[in-house]
Every structure is written in structure tokens, then in C-alpha cells.
Design a binder for this molecule. Sequence first.
Ligand SMILES: *Cc1c(COP(=O)(O)O)cnc(C)c1O
Length: 478
Amino acid sequence: MINLRNIPAIDEVLALPMMRDILKQYNRDFIISNLRQAVEDCRHEIRLTGGEFKKEELTLKIIDRLEILIKTSCRGTLQKVINGTGVVLHTNLGRAPLGDRALEYVNDIGKNYNNLEFDLENGERGSRYQHVEELLITLTGAEAGLVVNNNAAAVLLGLTSIAQAKEVIVSRGQLVEIGGAFRIPEVMKQSGARLVEVGTTNKTYISDYAQAITENTALLFYAHTSNYKIVGFTEEVMLAELVKLGQDMKIPVMHDLGSGILANMGEWGLKDEPTVRESVKSGADIITFSGDKLLGGPQAGIIVGQERYISLMKKNQLTRALRVDKLIIAALEGTLLEYLSGDYLHDIPVLKMLTSSLEHLHEQAERLKNDLDARLGDISAVEEIRVIKTEDMIGGGAYPTYKLPGYGVQIALAGKQLETLSKQLRGMNPALLTRKQENKMLISVRTLLAGDDALLVEMVYKALQNMEPEGNQPGGKK
Ligand SMILES: *Cc1c(COP(=O)(O)O)cnc(C)c1O
């Protein structure tokens, strides 16, 4: 016979002297909803175990449980993840981790008043966009610049400002979809511009564009197909050719560059990737790109180009809805300044990861292997730990065809324990994401940040210990 009668009522618990501190510290409704949960958990436990408890015992049990629930909820859900996947720009993992200078700016601007929209020299209203515009002009060679929420917003704003109710010509080879449902044709529809498709998936000639031009054509659109490559029997118009046509016909060219590379990365295997400066030099009138891809900054949509088009966009009401917060401007300014005066290949985390030498990655993997060996020595599930070569990647949305040779540590486990270990590691805070290869766990060292190595060793140790068959914490299962 199960006895649930001794479970105290919510009001009874709330009235207890020992609840005073908790009530002072947390929101009352938050406590009550967690208390209900704690009582429910306790009832469940009694049903399961059939235990007999006195009311005082149950009350203590409920309060213990309440404290755990409250602590867990107060942690929030957004948390640090250690990236052992070797994918540098992982959209699901927040894309580019920020550098120190960007974070110092965020901290300083975030906790103080600032001159976001105040012109300190003249003592009057200023523009939030002035802060990064000069930097963008210097770094890209463009006439003017503007920053909005993300690149999708930048493309939308460009189309709406220049081509609403008019025609935009795009090659069928460039009708891209970027992860997270950014589809050029859909964005066109949203903007009120009419899409005119030319050419075929694998071949588009400059004459295709020329023949499609009418008096309603407002824009020639050129998208960088960053997340796929059409190979084989192909023909693509060069940006410079399209610009020439645009200039002859007095129609502007908008270049959706995707991942705005500011530095020349050819030496590190990115030689096919045009930099923003090259796009400006080719004569594109409007260029849009993301702040959090290869630029290595916060999420933002950056637009650079000719003054007259940028000022059209600044005046568009839509810009108000797409405007960026001070924290983004601070992080972006901090990042852009690295390109101007810093050791950007070292201090912008994404660029550091991309330019790490093989020797350096090899050494790091050796060190990690040795640390894991030492820590996991007496765990029976571990069969082998070794350093192996990896194929790292630039990123989910961007450049799937680029493979970066790297190094990592492979952990082989006895039996079918790999899934359990991965799940354990994902459930920790911070969490650890790894790769699976040939039924072994693979941790790529390229995407580990400072301090991650040591944390990771302890995490793997703890997770494996939890999984040991003779695990010594009967209550610690979950
Ligand atoms: C990534 C990408 C986008 C979308 O950029 P967001 O900043 O994620 O909005 C648009 N176009 C191209 C070509 C891209 O590579």
C-alpha cells in the first residue's frame, strides 16, 4: 500500500521558516511552479519505490529537490560548447567566436552610456552607422558602407531600395539557398522586385543577361555560390564582364558575396575566394556580406558600395527595422580594427584556426593525446587513443568543397559505448561536440579554443567514469 498522505501541501511548505531565504532570493511565481514540480517528483518517487516517509522527511526531500530545480533553471539554456568537430564556421554553434578586442568593446559599450547616436564634436544627434563606415571604406576601398542585421537583410534592403516593382536579372546558376532558408528567389519576392532568370543551371553567357534587359530592369544581381560548386560542363559570367554590361546599359550590379573576406587568404588555400576589396575593384556597385563568416565578427549584414546607392538604403524605412544594436556595432568595430592595426591572422579566432600550421596542429594533437592517456589510463572501456590526420572544414553554410588537412585525437571504445559517451558529453555544461569516424570518437584540434584542451580531458574522464559498469553513484544515473 503506497502512502501519499504525508506529502505536504504547497502552502505549508511556503510557510516554513526554512523557505525564507529562498523566498527572498527568487521570484515567488518561479518558486511555486518549481515547488509543484518538486512535489510531483517526490510523489513519483514514492510510487516507484513504495517507500514510507514521515511528513518531515518528505518536506526536506521536497525542499532539496526544489533547490536543485531552481539552480538548474537559473542557468539559462544558452551555454558554452567546445567544438571538437573541426568545422570552423558552424552555423548551429554560433558561427564565428569573437576575438578579445571585440569582446572588450562589447563590455565597455554595453555597461556604459556611449555615443551611439551622438556627435560628440558638435554636440548634436549623430548616426549609429558612422562608427564603422569609415573603417569599412578604408578596408574595402568602397565609397560608403552600412550595417544591418545579417546578410539576408542586406540583400533584402538592397533589392527593396533599388529594384522594388522593377526587374532584377539573375543567372539560374546562382539561385542559391543558404542554410536556414535564405533563398534568393524568396528574398526577391519579399522585396517586391521581379526576378528575371537567365541562362541554365550550368551555363550562363553575358549575352543571356544582355538579351533580358528591358526598360524595367533596375539591377543585375550576382550571387557568390559559396555553398556549392557547379563543376564539369559549365560557363559562368565573370563579375567584371557583368559590371561592363551594367555600365554600358547604366544598370547597377549588386554582388552578394556571402562570406566577406577582408584579408587575402590565398596562401591558406582560399585562393578562389574573392575578397571584398577585389569585388569593389571589379566595379560592383553594391556588395553585401556577413559579419560572422570569414570576417570573424558578430552576426551582421555589411553593405559597401557607391555612395548614391548606400544613401538610398540609409533613407529606406526598412533600415529602421533591420538596424543593429550597439553591442553588434561594438563587436564589429572591435573586429574591424584588428584588420587595421592588429595581428588579425592571430587575434581573430576564425582566421587563427584557418591559418594554423600543420606542425602546430600535430603538436597540439600529440599533447592532447598524452593528457588523455594519462587521465584515462585506468578506464577499462578505452581501447585505444591515437593521433590521426583529419579533414577539417571551413563551414556549414560556406565552402563545403574546401577540406583543410588537420590533426585530431581518435578514441576507440570497447563495445557499443560511443553513442552513450557522445550523449554524456553533449549533456554537460560546457558541452563537447565531437565527430564520429569508423565508429570511433574523433576530436579535431583546429577548432579548440584556449583552455578547451584541459577542460575536455576532464569531461571525457568524468563521462567515462559515469558509464563504468560498477559506477559508484547509484543516484547519479541519468
Ligand atoms: C551566408 C550567405 C547568405 C546569408 O547570410 P546571413 O548573414 O546568414 O544572413 C546570403 N548569401 C550568401 C551567398 C551566403 O553565403
